[in-house]
Write a protein that binds this ligand. Sequence first.
Ligand code: C5P
Length: 245
Amino acid sequence: RHRALVIVAAGSGTRLGHGMPKAAVKITDRTVLDHALDAVTEDLDVDLIVLVLPQDAHSPHQLAPNGHNLGQRSRAVLTVSGGDTRTESVGSGVRAVQHHAEQQSWAGAVHVLIHDAARALTPTSVFSRVLDALDSGAVSVIPALPVTDTIKRVDASERVAQTVPRQDLRAVQTPQGFTLELLQRAFAHIEGLSEAEAAVLTDEAMIVEDLGETVTVVEGHPHALKITTSIDLTTVRALIAEYDE
Ligand code: C5P
C-alpha cells in the first residue's frame, strides 16, 4: 500500500477576519500552515504530500512552507490550487493524488489522509491512529472526541425540538482517512448532487455515509481543535506557550 496526505489550506479566513487566508495567519512568528506541517515528522510514514493553497497571487509567497523538510523519506511534495468550498479544495487534492498514483504506477491500496491546515496543533499520534485503522482494513476513518456541551436541535423559530443524548455524540476532527478507491466514488457521487445538497457537506465522511459505507471512529485529540474564530487563536497560542515552558 501507498499513503498520501492532502492538507487543505485554501480557505479565505473570513470568519477569522485577518484579511488574509486563514492558513497564512501568524499564530506565533509562524503561520497556521507551518504549525500544521510540524505534524509531518520523519516518523510519519507517507509517500506523498499534497498542499492545497488558495488560487490568488499572494498565497504562494505567504504560504510557502518555512523550516520544514517535507521531502525527507523520499516523499513527493505537490502544491495545487483549491476552490470556493472545502469540498472543491479536497477534490483538487484528491485529483492530484490520483494523477500521481497513476504516474508512479502505484500498485495495491492507496490510503489518503485529508487534513485541515486550520487544525494546526494536531499531534502526529492522531495521524498514526487513522493510518493504523486503514491498515487494519477500515475504508473510512475519522478522529473524534466526546462532546462536553449538551446539544439541542432547534426548529425554525429557535424553539427546542430535541435534546440529542450526549453519550451518542462525537465532535469530529481531521485527519480523516479513506481508501483512494472510496474517495473517487465519493467525488463521483458529489457530481450528481444539487448545489444545495453539496453546500451542506462539511466533510468527506458525510458522503461515505450516504454511500452506505462504514465510517470508523478513532480517538481524536483536544489540541486538534480547528482555528475558526479569534478565541481559537487565543487557545492555540496558550497551548504553544505551555509547550515552550
Ligand atoms: O472554513 P473551515 O474552517 O471549515 O475550513 C477548514 C479547512 O478547509 C481549512 O484548513 C481551510 O483552509 C480549508 N478550506 C479550503 N478551501 C475552501 C474552504 C476551506 O481548503 N474553499
